[in-house]
Design a protein around this ligand. Structure first.
Ligand code: XUL
Ligand code: CO
Length: 452
């Protein structure tokens, strides 16, 4: 069957998803699985088209290079390009497939690691040559379609050389190799007009403290990030630098554990003005937080840069990278985005993969439609919640005691422990008010149910 597919392709540019039409908005009532029920790109929500609120991006790795293997099983994915033999031909055919895919779904951005788009060479020079050959093709396709690069990154975790880490490796030559990869990936990201550059430290952490100098590793990690910042200014890259927190997997303990840890790290090393965060839903839950918690922590510290939209399975302790279909989570995520006044220059990258048994090419379309519709509906509900000040009024009232009297004095820094001791002696306990959690949950539910 794979041979037949190969023979069917007359030129590398021929359509890949021939049987799939352009996906359009058909509204809530539609039963067509190849249509959007909630995502209507140009529809205005709060004075802005939906697509500009959501800034959806396709992840190159999960969509075009993931073959469906797991620790117990072989590849399952039926992907025409994988039958083409020569790695550079496969890479080129993937570019054609990726741009056709994004166009059919109306996705305006994509994200990639260097290794996703071109095969590794025997040497760094060969790898770089391969990359630029594919980058030329990607650049052409970007011009032709108007599709843009949300972010680029390097993969400094898969290759054996990164077994001890990249910037936190015990081997200085591995540090250097990772730096070289970041340099190339930043050059490419700049050349393609990327709006952000992401650093995810998959192996920046440790397995055991018996052999680890955590102080040196953390200092080196900061030295590495400082070099990234310097290089950004050296080449005039105007995009946003992003760090993507994740607590574990593949490393047992990763230094970029969660938002709070990364913010503390950045401040300790004086890097806080240069980096924002790329928050991923499944990484949040692995850290023992909700997705909204991580978004909220990043937002209130003015550090919410971009989002990797996916979801995990709370019954599993690893990163399952599923397509996000949980409307409650998507609603509260979009609530945080709207509270921040938008996610640009970041976006919503579907760092998500189809399940191993969803192996047919059309499953990729069903998966993206599910994710896009969930976030579109989430946006609609969050906008309504904010418009009606459902949570705002409750929160304002809840903290009312800080707007006058002793509360105002605490806020203004006018009182100390002795003043408050005196105050407590005179006033004793006051009447408390209910948190109304269940009432609020019920109201949010009713907004989800009734928002069109
Ligand atoms: C891994 C992960 C990465 C980053 C980019 O869990 O999320 O794909 O998004 O390296
Ligand atoms: Co991610």
């Amino acid at each position: 069957m794979k041979g037949a597919l190969l023979l069917n392709i007359s030129t590398i540019d021929e359509a890949v998803f021939k049987d799939i039409p352009k996906i359009t908005y058909e509204g809530e009532g539609s039963t067509n699985p190849l249509s959007f029920k909630y995502y209507n790109a140009e529809e205005m929500i709060g004075g802005k088209p939906m697509k500009d609120h959501l800034r959806f991006a396709m992840s190159y790795w999960h969509t075009f290079t993931f073959k469906g293997m797991d620790p117990f099983g072989l590849p399952t994915m039926e992907r025409e390009w994988d039958s083409l033999g020569d790695p550079m031909t496969i890479a080129k055919r993937r570019v054609v497939a990726a741009f056709e895919f994004m166009q059919k779904l109306g996705i305006e951005y994509f994200c990639f690691h260097d290794v996703d788009i071109a095969p590794d060479g025997e040497t760094l020079e060969e790898t770089e040559r391969n990359l630029y050959e594919i980058v030329n093709l990607i650049e052409e396709k970007m011009k032709e379609t108007g599709i843009k690069l949300l972010w680029g990154t390097t993969n400094a975790f898969s290759h054996q050389r990164f077994m001890h880490g990249a910037a936190t490796s015990c081997h200085a030559n591995v540090f250097a190799r990772a730096a070289a990869q970041v340099k190339i990936a930043m050059d490419i990201t700049k050349r393609l007009g990327g709006e952000n550059y992401v650093l995810w430290g998959g192996r920046e952490g440790y397995e055991t403290l018996l052999n680890t100098d955590t102080k040196l590793e953390l200092d080196n990690f900061a030295r590495f990030l400082k070099m990234v910042v310097d290089y950004k200014y050296e080449i005039g890259f105007t995009g946003q630098l992003l760090i993507e927190p994740k607590p574990k997997e593949p490393t047992k303990h990763q230094y970029d554990f969660d938002t709070a840890t990364v913010l503390g790290f950045l401040r300790h090393y004086g890097l806080e003005k240069e980096f924002k965060l790329n928050i991923e839903a499944n990484h949040a839950t692995l850290a023992g937080h909700t997705f909204q918690h991580e978004l909220n922590m990043a937002r209130i510290h003015n550090a919410l840069g971009s989002i990797d939209a996916n979801q995990g399975d709370l019954l599993l302790g690893w990163d399952t990278d599923q397509f996000p279909t949980n409307i409650y989570d998507a609603t509260m995520a979009m609530y945080e985005v709207l509270k921040q006044g938008g996610i640009a220059p970041g976006g919503l990258n579907f760092d998500a993969k189809v399940r191993r048994a969803s192996f047919e090419p059309e499953d990729l379309f069903f998966a993206y439609i599910a994710g896009m519709d969930t976030f579109a509906k989430g946006l609609r509900v969050a906008h309504k919640l904010l418009e009606d000040r459902v949570l705002e009024d409750v929160i304002e009232k809840r903290y009312e005691s800080y707007t006058s009297g002793i509360g105002q004095e605490i806020i203004d820094g006018k009182v100390g422990l002795s003043d408050l001791y005196q105050y407590a002696l005179e006033h004793g306990d006051s009447k408390l008010s209910s948190g109304r959690q269940e009432m609020l949950e019920s109201i949010v539910n009713s907004y989800i149910f009734r928002t069109k």
